[in-house]
Write a protein that binds this ligand. Structure first.
Ligand code: CAA
Ligand code: NAP
Length: 248
């Protein structure tokens, strides 16, 4: 069998980098999607870093919140590699604010980057997966989509929406060898979490039974398993990886 192709949105970010590396280790040909305001040099520098660390990973530009830009990204990948067998919808942003202060712009930015993006990207690859009778879609949600979070009405709504999407699409494609799953990380040390004020982060960390924040690799291991042959019977599930912060 020829090498399977994985596209990871937000692939050059904190969790995305770990996912790309794990999928490459598992034998996938991996493409990291990036946006970075169109800063291609930054993405190339990231690619060089991965190469130096022993990982050969391609990069593809696209703003996943924009349907046309998402299409150009996926079209480019399919033209170069023939197909996308595994899509990891990992791109995301926060625009935290208490609801009474939240602007429509903050709401829309988060809904578009975190949820509309999932529609934009998945619809471009799902038919190819159905034709191949094999595919993996993994959606990166959040513990805060499961429990809610002070200051994140927009983000929690988008992340909870991702799992509704997962469960619906999973039912539609299960009979054709395509699985769709959600992974819900807790607080993982990346630039997204580093943006939280120190005092607030300390308080949040104190609510994690394992006693520390998570590491990007601890998310990537599970994504890689869900993307594997062995996970063929897991679909429509939501895997919580949060150090015990939220159990249900
Ligand atoms: N619970 C209850 N009350 C709280 C509170 C909490 N957790 N945090 C603050 N408050 C209270 C304050 O005591 C204050 O009360 P008074 O008005 O009575 O003095 C009031 O709320 C402050 O309200 P403001 O609207 O002025 O809030 P702010 O501007 O100071 O801060 C915030 C709001 C920016 C959202 C800040 O609370 C914050 O950064 N919270 C962290 C949110 C968070 O966890 N983000 C996660 C980002 S990483 C990520 O998202 C990854 C992932 O998936 C896990
Ligand atoms: P990060 O380092 O900030 O990575 C986020 C990535 O998303 C960046 O690579 C960014 O790309 C990309 N992105 C954002 N908007 C985009 C857009 N419009 N188009 C294309 N790419 C876009 O943060 P992270 O912590 O690794 O987050 C990765 C995912 O995990 C997010 O969905 C986040 O919500 C989720 N998550 C994180 C945590 C955590 O604690 N860190 C917990 C739960 C869930 P550019 O930088 O190139 O713009």
């Amino acid at each position: 069998m020829s090498q399977r192709v994985a596209l990871v949105t937000g692939g050059t970010g904190g969790i995305g980098t770990a996912i790309c590396r794990e999928l490459a280790t598992a034998g996938y040909l991996v493409i990291a999607g990036y946006n970075s305001g169109g800063n291609h040099d930054k993405a190339k520098a990231w690619q060089d870093e991965q190469r130096e660390a022993g990982y050969e990973i391609d990069v593809a530009y696209g703003d996943v919140s924009d349907a046309e830009s998402a299409k150009q990204c996926v079209d480019g990948v399919v033209a170069k590699y023939g197909a996308v067998h595994c899509l990891v919808n990992n791109a995301g942003i926060t625009r935290d604010s208490t609801f009474r202060k939240m602007t429509l712009e903050q709401w829309d930015q988060v809904m578009n980057a975190n949820l509309r993006s999932v529609f934009n990207m998945t619809r471009l690859v799902i038919n190819g997966m159905l034709e191949e009778k094999w595919g993996r879609v993994v959606n990166i949600s959040s513990v805060n989509g499961q429990k809610g979070q002070f200051g994140q009405a927009n983000y929690a709504a988008a992340k909870a929406g991702m799992h509704g999407f997962t469960k619906s699409l999973a039912q539609e494609v299960a009979a054709k060898g395509v699985t769709v799953n959600t992974v819900s990380p807790g607080y993982i040390m990346t630039s997204m979490v580093a943006a939280i004020g120190d005092d607030i982060l300390e308080k949040i960390a104190s609510t994690i039974p394992v006693g520390r924040l998570g590491k990007p690799e601890e998310i990537a291991y599970t994504v890689s398993f869900l993307a594997s042959e062995r996970a063929a019977f897991i679909t429509g599930s939501n895997v919580a990886i949060n150090g015990g912060q939220h159990m249900f």
